[in-house]
Design a protein around this ligand. Sequence first.
Ligand code: SAM
Ligand code: DTB
Ligand code: SF4
Length: 335
Amino acid sequence: MDIPPLNEHRSARADTARASARWSVEQVEALFALPFSDLLHRAHGVHREHFEPNAVQLSTLLSVKTGGCPEDCGYCPQAARYHTDVADEDLLALETVVATARLAKENGATRFCMGAAWRGPKPRDLERVAQMVTAVRALGLETCATLGLLKEGQAEQLKSAGLDYYNHNIDTAPEFYGGIITTRTQQDRLDTLGRVRRAGIRVCCGGIIGMGESRRTRAALIAQLASLDPYPESVPINNLVQVAGTPLHGTPELDPLEFVRTIACARITMPAAMVRLSAGRQQMSEAVQALCFHAGANSIFYGEKLLTTGNPDVEHDRRLFEKLGLRPMEADSGR
Ligand code: SAM
Ligand code: DTB
Ligand code: SF4
């Protein structure tokens, strides 16, 4: 299978590049199949072409509404139907969110992402999240929210409140999706992504690997993300965090080098996107994280907690950055 030549995906202007590349599953599979060093060499070249290679963007997450979710995502500790240790919590007060965002900024984060365990927001809840977005943005942070499926008009409301990014993942390739989630289809997700795009909010969309899928499924996930038109500005690649009580607990662990390969494929196929080394970093060695950065990851979740599970603490990440000669990226939002 032919792999498109490197310069076909290059462009001086990120916007042009984001609108141009299209990848088939077979082409991405061919990337996966490259000798490891060849794949990383190519991914690192694409990375250098589009980004300052030692700068990494820092996003801090906060779960603003936790647990009790009616959906059945098989990986998720917040689904009401699975019995996990996650304690349900109502929508946080505005002041709590602002205080946490202020701390995140003091620690060096440039983006603050608010997550809610909903199928989608009710109008009254969305009004409150919109107030959070406006207040967080007033601190000088980029804003991101992940609230589930959006109905007509809701993305516009978030845009008016000052939302920079909306995170909504396609999670996995269509052939594997139905075994992981049954309460929402991939098309539901694509509809929400379309609403986000049309409202002029930047799209953060990625997936989870390590759920027992095949390499072909991982390639199909990357091909699908890369073929969104345009591809997302931000692409989180999550390694499944296994939580006791969820159906996916006990899934055989993914080979870490396969995670690195997936990052490299995301970088090559979505050259101007921010590729985020997302969930699963706490379980990953520093050496594997270093390989991910070399392969083109240029964003991380920063702060000791993801939504409900652990993440390396700030001190730990500062030491890692020092060891690797990495530095935090400045906000790019063009606001
Ligand atoms: N409820 C909203 C939704 O699903 O759209 C927003 C929050 S949800 C927790 C955001 C994303 O986190 C999911 O789409 C999934 O990709 C990721 N995620 C959730 N649980 C995870 C886990 N245990 N390991 C890795 N990623 C996970
Ligand atoms: C994304 O792709 N990963 C983040 C964020 N978007 C919202 C969430 C990871 C959640 C990991 C499990 C937890 O902490 O609950
Ligand atoms: Fe609910 Fe989101 Fe978890 Fe799915 S991933 S169960 S929608 S919180």
